[in-house]
Design a protein around this ligand. Structure first.
Ligand code: G6P
Length: 750
């Protein structure tokens, strides 16, 4: 309507002006035409009666002249006729001759015409000299014509003209609006198709040529938004809590941040009559906790501590960190049955070995799967309950919640869901073992962005989606399109806080070394290697014990001079595979110690208990060498923490080639943990390495971790999320415009 008015009003105005300006000319023109016509009629009248009148005048038949005049004035246009004598007197006239109208005074040789304005209206007087056959002037014949009809006609003509022009304006406006609307609708559809649905080609065949350049430009713009340019931009900033907060404020204004993970960042446990706070041994928690401290928001996690229910409010909220609260922990309670099925069963006996490929057979049970589905739904409900806006940024963590992204997407279609998979993603052959592979893939593809530690895992995921799901894989942009929704699949190598907050509470290197040596009764001449992990079969703990054994066999000069202090936090102890891992490692340590140990010296010290972050950092600072021999690991943050702990610039890192960290920490001694001989050699090499080389390597690794901190990890994901939200906003605008134009077009896409 607005568009129609925009066309019609100016057109009407223009044509109104035109008709106003043209009307006098038209009236004048019409008057002149009709006057010429009337003059011609007078001549006709004169010529047709001239002879008769001359005859009658000569015969002095005045009555007949009047009768003749009366007959002629029957014609409605001829008002009156009169015969004027040469001296100007009126001789004979029709009855209609205006009483006060006198004969024209001048005696002209030829006919003359003039317009007179009588009280009754305008008349044309046509005066013709009346001459006898002999050439004698008998008088003048005066024909009066009524000119009022001309005025009437000219004003009707003006009215018709104005009406016609108005109609013309209206018609032209309607046609213009129709053509414009149809063209616009076609363009909007074409642009929308070309921009939103990447299936369209731009070779000019299926788009109007007028919009093809626009589509091309917009596609480029959207592609730019998708390109991981965030990396290059983000590297220019030294990311920290402040810049991350700034990013949220500027790029995601008003966005609500919700994190979902199984493991909670703070566990309250009962200890006698009191409550103790524990920070779990979890790479995920180590990484995400500083981000949450910077961003604020709500972290939804399983309340697993024995005193957790006693420390929450009635909404199951607790403000954390307890000493300086800056975000909310929302605890979700799980029954024994749920924990057994979802956590121990499907997540840790199914998905964990499936993804890690360390030759521990994954176990898939239907009842575990049912619990996994139910618990994912329970956490999705918690997300919906916590969300205060329709479009929160939801950061979903890890293999415990593969179904949750889709569940949240269905209920909060506008949410930006970033799922990060903290463990490896296997190749399609291995992934295909899972009986619920389709549901897992579909669940994850509810995410806006799906992140892995390495490009290799991203490719494995794309291959799996390609193999098992109805989907379109866009390898150029690393995206999967399925069910009308696109998920970007991106590598975001996770990292740690720099410097780790816990380092502030840790003593100087020398002091740490002295304390550790004293605590474990180590002689000052002993070189100390450390290993810190959960007691997990993926960590290759027994393998590194075997490597130490091999080293002592092949380089016996290390006997009595090297101790491996292995700290291992018991984990997932309800599962046989974990109990076996611990038993196997303990047996291996015992065997090596029995073979080489003495009363004063043990080659392996195994401490199977949880250590708080400060203790771990102190251990790293005390050591000559850190051993990370994971058989398979998404990233492995222990390696990065060791590097971060060494602000003295010393220390050697031996790192498994199967840990994601080996892609970044290239100055570590990279080893194949399945090859104990090579690992033993690496330990030997590490312990024998000249100090300059140790320092050079450590410096490069520290630079790497200092640049690629956990804030950088979060910033890259949030920058990509911000770009995505901008892209969606553009798409929504298109959808809204085209829906307004074509009410029956498709619903807007997410
Ligand atoms: C890995 C997983 C995390 C998990 C952590 C500890 O790092 O990726 O999701 O939290 O191990 O395992 P747990 O089962 O004790 O949480």
């Amino acid at each position: 309507m607005r568009m129609a008015l925009r066309f019609v009003l100016p057109l009407l105005l223009l044509l109104g002006l035109l008709s106003w300006a043209a009307a006098p000319f038209v009236g004048d023109l019409i008057e002149r035409w009709f006057r010429a016509d009337v003059e011609m009629r007078s001549r006709l009248v004169f010529h047709s009666i001239q002879e008769t009148v001359v005859g009658l005048v000569e015969a002095k038949a005045d009555r007949k002249i009047v009768q003749l005049f009366e007959r002629i004035t029957l014609d409605e246009r001829v008002l009156a006729l009169a015969l004027c004598l040469p001296d100007g007197r009126l001789a004979d006239a029709s009855k209609s001759w205006p009483r006060d109208y006198r004969c024209p005074g001048e005696d002209r040789p030829g006919p003359s015409f003039g317009v007179e304005h009588l009280p009754s209206g305008s008349v044309l007087s046509a005066v013709f000299p009346l001459v006898s056959a002999e050439g004698e002037t008998l008088g003048r014949l005066v024909v009066l014509h009524d000119l009022r009809f001309i005025e009437r006609r000219s004003s009707s003509a003006e009215a018709y003209l104005a009406g016609f022009l108005a109609l013309l304006a209206l018609g032209a406006a309607v046609v213009t609006v129709l053509v414009a609307r149809l063209t616009l609708r076609g363009w909007v559809r074409a642009v929308r198709r070309g921009v939103i649905e990447p299936a369209g080609t731009l070779d000019g065949t299926d788009h109007p040529p007028e919009v093809a350049p626009l589509i091309r430009e917009m596609r480029q713009m959207l592609r730019d938004l998708e390109t991981p340019r965030a990396i290059s931009e983000a590297t220019r900033i030294a990311w920290g809590p402040d810049s991350l907060r700034g990013l949220l404020r500027d790029e995601l204004p008003g966005a609500e941040v919700l994190v979902v993970s199984n493991r909670e960042p703070y566990i309250h446990n009962r200890d006698g009559d009191g409550i103790v706070l524990q920070r779990p041994a979890s790479g995920l928690v180590t990484a995400l906790e500083p981000v949450m401290r910077a961003c604020g928001g709500t972290w939804i996690a399983h309340g697993s501590g024995s005193a957790d229910p006693d420390t929450v409010d009635r909404d199951d909220h607790v403000a954390v960190p307890p000493d300086a609260p800056c975000y909310t922990l929302r605890r979700v309670w799980l029954s024994e049955e749920e924990q057994n099925g979802y956590y121990y069963g499907f997540a840790n006996e199914g998905m964990w070995p499936l993804c890690h490929i360390v030759f521990v057979r994954p176990v898939f049970r239907a009842e575990d799967w049912d619990q996994y589905v139910a618990v994912n739904r329970k956490f999705a409900d918690a997300v919906i309950a916590e969300a205060r806006t329709p479009d929160p940024v939801v950061l979903v963590q890890d293999y415990h919640f593969a179904l949750l992204p889709r569940m949240v997407r269905d209920r909060l279609p506008e949410a930006t869901i970033i799922t990060f998979w903290h463990i490896p993603w296997p190749n399609p052959e291995v992934f295909g073992i899972c009986p619920w592979r389709k549901q897992i893939l579909d669940g994850l593809l509810g995410s806006s962005i799906l992140g892995f530690h390495t490009q290799f895992h991203c490719l494995n995921f794309l291959d799996s989606a390609d193999r098992f799901l109805e989907s379109r894989i866009d390898r150029e942009h690393s995206a999967v399109r399925s069910g009308g929704h696109t998920t970007l699949v991106r590598p975001y190598p996770i990292s740690i806080e720099w410097p780790p907050a816990a380092l502030a509470g840790v003593a100087a290197v020398e002091e740490c070394r002295a304390q550790t040596f004293a605590r474990h009764g180590l002689a000052p001449s002993v070189r100390l290697a450390v290993g810190v992990e959960r007691f997990d079969y993926t960590k290759g703990i027994a393998d590194r014990f075997r490597a130490v054994e091999t080293l002592l066999d092949s380089h016996p000069d290390w006997i009595g001079r090297l101790t491996l202090l292995q700290v291992a936090a018991p984990t997932r102890g309800r599962l046989a595979a974990y109990r076996d891992t611990q038993a196997e490692a303990e047996a291996a340590a015992e065997r090596v110690n029995a073979r080489f140990g003495t009363a004063e010296w043990q080659p392996i010290l195994l401490v199977a208990r949880h250590h708080e972050p400060e203790e771990v950092l102190a251990l790293f600072r005390a050591a000559d060498l850190c051993l990370v021999s994971s058989l398979h690991d998404g990233m492995n943050l222990v390696a990065k923490e060791f590097v971060a702990a060494r602000d003295d610039g010393d220390g050697v890192l031996i790192l498994s080639t199967f840990a994601g960290a080996s892609r970044e920490l290239r100055e570590a001694l990279i080893v194949n943990p399945y090859d104990v001989v090579a690992m033993a050699e690496a330990i030997h090499r590490g312990l024998s390495m000249p100090v300059e080389q140790r320092r050079d390597r450590m410096r490069l690794m520290r630079e790497m971790v200092a640049e690629n901190t956990i804030y950088f990890w979060a910033a890259r994901m949030l920058l990509d999320a911000a770009r995505l939200r901008k892209r969606r906003a553009i798409e929504r605008n298109f959808a809204a415009v085209s829906q307004r134009r074509a009410p029956r077009s498709e619903p807007p896409r997410r």
